[in-house]
Write a protein that binds this ligand. Sequence first.
Ligand code: AMP
Length: 398
Amino acid sequence: MRKRSITEVDVRGRTVFVRVDFNVPLNDDGRISDETRIRAALPTLEHLAFSGARVVVASHLGRPGGRIQLDLTLDPVARRLSQMLERPVTYNGLTLGEEVDAEKARMKDGDVFLLENLRFHPGEKANDPEFAAALAGGIDIFCNDAFGTCHRRHASIVSIAPRCASAVAGLLVKTEIDQLSPILESDFPQGVLLLGGAKVADKIPLIRNLLGKTGTMLIGGRIAYTFMASRGEPVGASEIEEEMIPHCRDILDKAKKKGIRVFLPVDHVAAVTPEPNITIRMVNRGETIPENMMGLDIGPRTVALFAQELRRADLVVWNGPMGMFEHEVFSAGTIELARALAGSAATVVAGGGDTVAAIRRSGAAEQLTHLSTGGGAALAFLSGETLPGLQVLEDINP
Ligand code: AMP
């Protein structure tokens, strides 16, 4: 899949609307706690400013529900962006209106102007054409560099595109497509599909689309217990999804026929209820989970087994944590597997259930060669879904 990118158009003197994903986590005191998403947009913004474009930057932040929410303004982002770009960033706390139009008209080549949180307006999520037309006012080129939001049919992602004279992909979007497309186009016998998390149904599209592409499938998390139950293995009081058992059985059968190596947990961290301070019990290899207990994390043997597979992989697609990792006592499986990835030269595509957060927490992120930051959008892409944000760019530039 090829998209016309920002480096293929002449931008000098043009006003470019860049949709970025500055949906950064904020501390209680309003400070940015992780600026990865801002950093990810810098190549496009630097290219544009350096090439003499007039750069209008727009993003959403959090879920203000179509209303102004003072703790979700982009003010802290504007200040940080200015430091990171090493140039002034104009920010007036507005997204639309006369003052914004006047500011756009005042801009000189190389200027950067950050609009206020798009989601302060209900039109953003509603993909409202009038809102999109207002955003497109005074704009020559639409540039989508918000890969993580491309699966959303929102005004600044979809409806705005045909309302600008040209529409192109930013460098982050291009990098993600270049990284993810080959996964759908070829097979990876050395690749690993690592699945965890809560709901089997959520994982089915990804599994079905990638089944047979990776030579190995590792399954942990809550979903592992429904897979185990589908094999007739005892799972104690672990929460299983009865209605998904036939699907799990079908997936395991297909995997076997295709010669895919499938690994389920061989040991567990179990407890009577999933509470943080509860007494936990290790259920060792060969033991069964007691009738009154549920599996809440993978055990050390499983970690070692899965880690060995991950270290050999040239591609890792990871969706969902290995346990109820929000509680410290059930977080080791997820964190240890993230650590096992450190130093890996594999392409790592992670998303869902805060998998990316676990990778960052483990310190592995900086040591990965190719870490997709696309999250839900990357997984939707790999599940074979059409992403509205990419589709519109394709429709405009067939
Ligand atoms: P997902 O968004 O489907 O990837 O699911 C993430 C959620 O799965 C997290 O909130 C975890 O707490 C939960 N989870 C993972 N493993 C388990 C488990 N063994 N038992 C209960 N919840 C789990």
